[in-house]
Design a protein around this ligand. Sequence first.
Ligand code: DGY
Length: 320
Amino acid sequence: MSKPTLWVTRHLTDPVMERAHRDYHVLQTADDHVMSFSELIAASQEADAMLICHSEHFVGPMISRLSDRLKIVANHSVGVDHCDLNALRSKGISVTNTPDVLSDATAEIAMLLMLGASRRAYEGDNMVRSGIWKDWAPKMMNGFQITGKKLGIIGMGRVGQVVARRAKGFDMEVHYHNRKKLPDTVITSAIYHDSLESLLSTVDVVSLNCPATEENHNLINPETLAQMKAGSILVNTARGALVDEDALIEALNSGHIRAAGLDCFKNEPGGNPKLSELQQVFMLPHIGSATDDTRAAMGFRALDNLDQFFAGKTPQDLLN
Ligand code: DGY
């Protein structure tokens, strides 16, 4: 039987590409760029399947222009806000994602951002590198100590649960807001808040760990920022769509929000130049899942889904 043709839109890690080439007839761009709508539409005409990243958007009128040949879009990501799942299903295209395998790596980045924002990592690093560190003083670079403080996790899914466990290593008291309270077998000694306001007004550090949906666009906005305790810290490893960045900047400038740690932005790649002006913001370029181990695991999980699909089975991570 001939191999299915698979368009792999981005250049994935070597072990993943080796396996893809072994089992599929693989098509790729020569360089590694974000494919435009017209490129994706053209690619769909020559592929039975596409393996994409969150950088490729399958939304809007482009979906009706995809070729009937394309049967499955396997995401190399857990987040799928860049795919219109219903429209793709109506077009007969299955969509999968890669849950679980990136939870540890993303939780590591959540802790890094939490510490980086709290302990003024950007300012400190910059001070040493730029040669402006000329003195040591008891009041120099004093930050916020997270040990024993209250952490509020919004979205207690797979990543949120790992963040909760890691935070316990810092003796943090874990609170969370989720669509529903989780059984104690899933998450132990975490305090559930059925309202966002209750969570925000209680905790010292807020970590965003929920998927971006239409309903929670700008979940962090002037109103919810005002509900946060004065001097609290915001961490985002989920999606930029969750945060009204102008409102966050205002809250940071007023000091109501003490610091922020951000791995996700409204504008990606690039970020927000107005956030870059603020010393109290510690930022990373959307690298929550960027470790060798995790990127291999994500690629393999996407290929597992494709293998299951072409073997006539339901892919384990089918979303639509
Ligand atoms: C994800 O998997 O959603 C990460 O943000 C990387 O795309």
